[in-house]
Design a protein around this ligand. Structure first.
Ligand code: ADP
Ligand code: MG
Length: 574
């Protein structure tokens, strides 16, 4: 019997699948082909969910969103050469967002290397720029070890993308099972805490603040810091501002949320505590005129190299956001201090919030057709279920949508993110729908896309329909990038013999029926031009959990956002 078993052979594909299973990988997104098809089949046989996508880039976006939403990396499986290269955008996006991701790329056969093999490309080197770790196992026996290392590296310290290269000849090679040893599942990341003296100093700076502000970033969402941060906000009566994906860590409708007075809050705060948010373009680098020149920053981050970027922080708290917020709570608890709710600062913020909200409400109430962004989003917000995932991208669509569409739960907003990536929406929505199905049954995914943004990964509608994911896609359609032409203006361009000479680069074909892409695959499609049609189609889409839908919402092609206090850098007014 022993002798018999020692003869048992197993393919490289099965070894890879088993190694992924051992590391608790739940989802693989990819496109099969030579040489990775067998890997996908072997993974499915072990109970790993395989979602076949239509473009590697979208597959990679989906896998990276799994990492953000679950804290364990999703896998992106791609073929050699062009397959891997298509996925680089997704890897870069994951790495920029600090999201875990495991990319597995097939590559050409080792014994044909440098000979001009099929789809040969220096993949390990190519991925280095987009990852924390990029390697090729030296043998099939080394695969489980390298996969464990990649999974661990993706989630330990600052999360990020990792790449494992699988030469084609590994996939079907048979090895003796006795020669294999599966490295155990890597443990959850160790929790690091800030130095006690730094925590004490931070508490003292907060207690002495005249105009304090907490900024909640997606690092706080990723760290599941919601409970401790909510306590900090409520116990000490502090104003807070979420970054785009920090929305929902504390609900947007919380009375202490000053999102509607964002510019004011940033500009006049004298003490700012950053919970997992970098002082990059999204936060205007922490510099004047967006901030006071002498504002005191307290930075909470898991990544030491991040501390001190662009500003000289007053206190740095190196550690896990959730653990460090608990440390802060305990330290602040030692006195009976709370920030006075009747302060002048609160009064200023409340007034500004009121006037900003009134300005958007006025725009939303405009009855003229075509609709403007605010009208659209107010009607969507009215019906949006509180627990839904909101995925969003596009320029104005995302920026304006964010100010109107509310998040009440952490890790329920996904958007263009740190890298400002367009094309992420459908992949993110597919990942969110998988997570909803498996972890939050009943929660819906609403994907709010600009018409241009939708185009980048539009064929993933077929993926959505194939797996029958009840995603609701809203295409906010202004016939273009930033702005487009209406039919009359468009017809003028048709008078010219060569449209490439006159059609403005921002223009897309007016009145495109994007909803027909959905109906082509069996989902529900709606073309809407009025608030009533929008309300009705959204109500029907929300009621129907049996299939996906796409609502193509025609808006004023020249519609923009309301006037901003800061005209410079408006694109970064996130
Ligand atoms: P946002 O876009 O919301 O401003 P960023 O992506 O700029 O957020 O910043 C997120 C930060 O959170 C990164 O600097 C990252 O190192 C940090 N981070 C990620 N996970 C944790 C964690 N568990 N604890 C503390 N910081 C974290
Ligand atoms: Mg547009």
């Amino acid at each position: 019997n022993f002798a018999e078993r020692s003869e048992e052979q197993v393919s490289g594909a099965k070894v890879i699948a088993q190694a992924l299973k051992t590391q608790d990988v739940e989802y693989i997104f990819g496109i099969v082909g030579i040489p990775v098809t067998e890997i996908a089949i072997a993974a499915q046989q072990l109970g790993i969910k395989y979602i076949g996508m239509r473009n590697e880039q979208a597959a990679c976006y989906a896998a990276s969103a799994i990492g953000y939403l679950t804290g364990r990396p999703g896998v992106c499986l791609v073929v050699s050469g062009p397959g891997l290269i298509h996925a680089l955008g997704g890897m870069a996006n994951a790495n920029m967002n600090c999201w875990p991701l495991l990319m597995i790329g097939g590559s050409s056969e080792r014994n044909q290397e440098t000979m001009g093999a099929f789809q040969e490309f220096p993949q390990v080197e190519a991925c280095r720029l987009y990852t924390k770790f990029s390697a090729r196992p030296s043998s099939i026996e080394a695969i489980p070890f390298v996969i464990e290392k990649a999974v661990r590296t993706s989630i330990y310290g600052r999360p990020g993308a990792c790449y494992v290269d699988i030469p084609a000849d590994f996939v079907n090679l048979q090895v003796n099972v006795n020669s294999l040893k599966y490295t155990e599942c890597c443990m959850s990341p160790p929790i690091s805490m800030a130095e006690t003296s730094a925590v004490r100093m931070a508490a003292s700076v907060i207690r002495n603040a005249k105009q304090p502000l907490l900024i909640i970033g997606k690092g706080a969402a990723y760290a599941h810091a919601e409970e401790n941060i909510k306590k900090l906000v409520e116990q000490y009566k502090l104003p807070f501002l979420p970054t785009p994906m920090g929305k929902g860590v504390v609900p947007d409708n919380h009375p202490n949320c000053v999102g509607a007075a964002r510019s004011r809050a940033l500009q006049f705060a004298d003490v700012i505590v950053l919970f997992g948010a970098r002082l990059n373009w999204i936060l205007h680098f922490g510099l004047p005129p967006r901030y006071q020149p002498d504002v005191k920053f307290i930075q909470v981050d898991i990544c030491a190299e991040e501390l001190g970027n662009n500003v000289k922080p007053t206190v740095t708290l190196l550690g896990d956001v959730s653990a460090v917020s608990k440390q802060l709570l305990e330290e602040l608890d030692k006195t009976s201090w709370e920030y006075p709710p009747e302060s002048k600062w609160w009064k200023t913020l409340r007034e500004k919030m009121k006037s900003n909200e009134a300005a958007s409400k006025e725009l939303a109430s405009k009855k003229s057709l075509p609709m403007n962004y605010y009208t659209v989003f107010y009607h969507v917000q009215e019906q949006l279920p509180r627990d839904c995932f909101v995925v969003s991208e596009g320029a104005n669509t995302m920026d304006i949508g964010r100010t109107v569409l509310q998040n009440y739960l952490p890790r329920h907003r996904l958007d263009a993110g740190t890298f400002g990536t367009m094309g992420v929406g459908l992949g993110f929505a597919i990942a969110a729908a998988m997570v909803a199905k498996d972890r939050h049954p009943g929660q819906r995914v609403i994907c709010v896309e600009g018409d241009s943004a939708f185009g980048f990964s539009g064929m993933e509608v077929e993926t959505i329909c194939r797996y029958n994911l009840p995603i609701i896609l809203l295409v906010v359609n202004n016939n273009g990038i930033y702005q487009g032409f209406d039919m009359d203006a468009w017809k003028e361009t048709l008078k010219f013999q060569d449209p490439t000479a006159v059609v403005p680069p921002m223009c897309l074909l007016p009145n495109s029926h994007y909803e027909q892409i959905m109906t082509a695959f069996g989902g529900k499609g709606y073309f809407v031009e009025t608030p009533e049609e929008l309300q009705k189609s959204l109500r029907q889409s929300l009621a129907d959990t049996s299939k996906p839908s796409l609502i193509n919402i025609m808006i004023e092609p020249q519609a923009t956002r309301k006037a901003q206090d800061f005209h410079w850098l408006t694109r970064s007014n996130m």
